[in-house]
Design a protein around this ligand. Structure first.
Ligand SMILES: Nc1ncnc2c1ncn2[C@@H]1O[C@H](COP(=O)(O)OP(=O)(O)OP(=O)(O)O)[C@@H](O)[C@H]1O
Length: 298
């Protein structure tokens, strides 16, 4: 029999996985897999388990159940261990932004069917300093929201929990004085938020980088410039509706690498990778291809 492991975060999203484990085992056995389980104990334990216990030659499939934070741990563990085993995502987190970008069905039965009817494809991953990300690396306004919204609140209110915190944060935002270096240009300016997208969505907002692709080897970068506080709601409304590409207060770049330096770092701006705390400035961000494979739709 082939061998698979299900690595699951029991606290992600509304915790459906707890009632699904038996069914997943049944489906996997039907497909000819022997299933091993790893239940994430706390933040960081999936990454550590991969590094300490997984061997490429002993496994044919890694199933990850959770949201972007959980997938991020799998990606970082696999990159650290240098193993390349096909990954199947069961999108059981809150926003599931990566799954949205990768067209992975939210329905668990349909997601499991990808093993039989889907295709194994390489997808791009991002590297920022020494951390990897699969969906987005962002900094500035709203970037710390998912670090402070607690899991109980997410269980109760889902994505709404993110938006309430976002509104609170808007009251006293600060602009970052940034130098942004792309392969062909270097810009210095005041920005309130930078989003470096591998995927298309963040916080469940699906039109932010609607043209981005996880298979093109490039990031879509959105830079929101400093504006008056009363102009922010209108600007964000445009961004959320996907009508921001032509706004003079928004920069949009497509590139496979970017370096970002912050000149007012003493204000302790937050950086974020896939909803988890990211590294400190300066940031060196690069798109990587052909490193990790996922089960996706044909
Ligand atoms: N057993 C556990 N108990 C508590 N937290 C855990 C456990 N295992 C992992 N975590 C942490 O739970 C957090 C949330 O996980 P994840 O991002 O996958 O779900 P989510 O936030 O509900 O979904 P999304 O990121 O798609 O909105 C992560 O920071 C992860 O490290």
């Amino acid at each position: 029999m082939k061998k698979a492991i299900l690595m699951y975060n029991p606290k992600a999203g509304n915790r459906q996985i707890i009632n699904l484990v038996d069914h997943i085992a049944e489906r996997l056995q039907e497909l000819g897999y022997e299933l091993r389980l790893y239940r994430s104990q706390s933040k960081g334990s999936i990454r550590k388990y991969i590094v300490d216990h997984l061997e490429e030659k002993e496994l044919d499939l890694i199933i990850v159940s959770g949201g972007d934070g959980t997938i991020n741990e799998v990606v970082n563990g696999m990159m650290q261990k240098e193993i390349d085993i096909p990954i199947l995502v069961l999108p059981l987190g809150t926003a599931n932004d990566f799954a949205y970008s990768a067209h992975i069905p939210n329905d668990i039965e349909e997601a499991l069917n990808l093993i039989e009817c889907g295709e194994i494809k390489y997808v791009d991953i991002g590297k920022v300093n020494n951390q990897y990300f699969i969906n987005v690396c962002n900094m500035g306004l709203f970037s710390g929201i998912s670090h402070i919204v607690d899991l109980e609140l997410k269980k109760k209110f889902g994505k709404l929990a993110y938006y309430v915190k976002g509104f609170e944060e808007l009251q006293n935002y600060q602009a970052m004085d940034l130098e942004i270096e792309l392969p062909d240009i270097k810009i210095r300016g005041d920005y309130i938020l930078i989003l470096v997208f591998n995927g298309k969505a963040a916080g469940g907002f699906t039109r932010l980088a609607k043209n981005a692709s996880i298979e093109d080897g490039e990031f879509d970068i959105i830079g929101i410039k400093k504006v008056e506080i009363h102009d922010i709601p209108m600007l964000f409304l445009k961004v959320l509706q996907g009508e921001h590409l032509t706004d003079p207060n928004i920069d949009y770049w497509v590139t496979n690498r970017v370096n970002i330096r912050c000149y007012n770092e003493e204000k302790n701006f937050v950086t974020d990778v896939d909803g988890e705390e990211g590294p400190k400035f300066p940031l060196s961000i690069e798109a990587k291809q052909n490193l990790l494979r996922f089960y996706l739709k044909k």
